[in-house]
Design a protein around this ligand. Structure first.
Ligand SMILES: [Zn+2]
Ligand SMILES: [Zn+2]
Length: 224
């Protein structure tokens, strides 16, 4: 569903935004954003008449969903457009239906180059998508990994990170702050690998990780 932005819809969004603030102020749980369709005309002041909680929630859901679509459209119009479309196409080809939550997680990972953890993705999204939980983020990320649009990045002793750059590349990792930076190097892509491996081991892929201190952390340690 891609509603066109019109003056009527702008008014609707603004009214819903006001309502959402009032509901939250009164402790009403907004619930999870759902696809409820869009109204044909903007509502009048909904607080001038008695409003059932269910209708109120639906209104808030509508607002959150439309708001999400507009935010999504803004992203799609940016330079990330091509990558997002390619990733969405790959998901569809491999049978992964992109729900609102899955698309939001996919977008969040694609937009970032800092190799975020699941917690960081959760922090970035949970206000925009109430009802989204950390376990859901983990499940969605695992699905995105399984269809090959995102990959895991393991560093011993550090939480698992997620990387949306699927071409072979390597990493610098700061052992102080945990920052991970991409390194693209044709030389490292063509290392001569050992021919004899123990225990009938077979190398399928490799990636090189350099550990050290980033520029921000080096002076800190020296000052001690
Ligand atoms: Zn650092
Ligand atoms: Zn990377």
């Amino acid at each position: 569903m891609r509603p066109r932005r019109s003056a009527a819809l702008e008014t609707f969004l603004e009214t819903c935004a006001q309502n959402a603030r009032m509901f939250r102020h009164n402790g009403l749980n907004c619930g999870q954003s759902r696809l409820n369709g869009s109204p044909k005309s903007p509502p009048t002041n909904t607080f001038s008449t008695p409003l059932r909680a269910q209708a109120a929630r639906k209104l808030v859901d509508n607002y959150l969903h439309l708001h999400y679509i507009y935010r999504g459209n803004q992203v799609a119009n940016s330079q990330d457009d091509r990558r997002l479309k390619e990733a969405e196409l790959l998901c569809r080809k491999r049978g992964l239906r992109l729900t609102v939550q899955r698309r939001a997680v996919l977008q969040a990972v694609l937009q970032r180059t800092d190799h975020p953890t699941a917690e960081q993705i959760f922090d970035a999204l949970h206000r925009r998508l109430p009802g989204l939980s950390l376990p859901t983020i983990y499940r969605v990320l695992d699905k995105l990994v399984s269809v090959g649009v995102v990959r895991h990045l393991y560093h011993t002793g550090m939480p698992v990170r997620f990387d949306s750059t699927m071409q072979r590349h390597h990493h610098y990792t700061c052992t102080q702050c945990g920052k991970v930076v991409d390194l693209h190097s044709p030389e490292l892509n063509n290392l001569s690998l050992p021919e004899e491996l123990p225990e009938r081991f077979q190398i399928e892929q490799y990636s090189v990780q350099f550990f050290g201190l980033c520029g921000a952390c080096r002076p800190k340690r020296k000052a001690r």
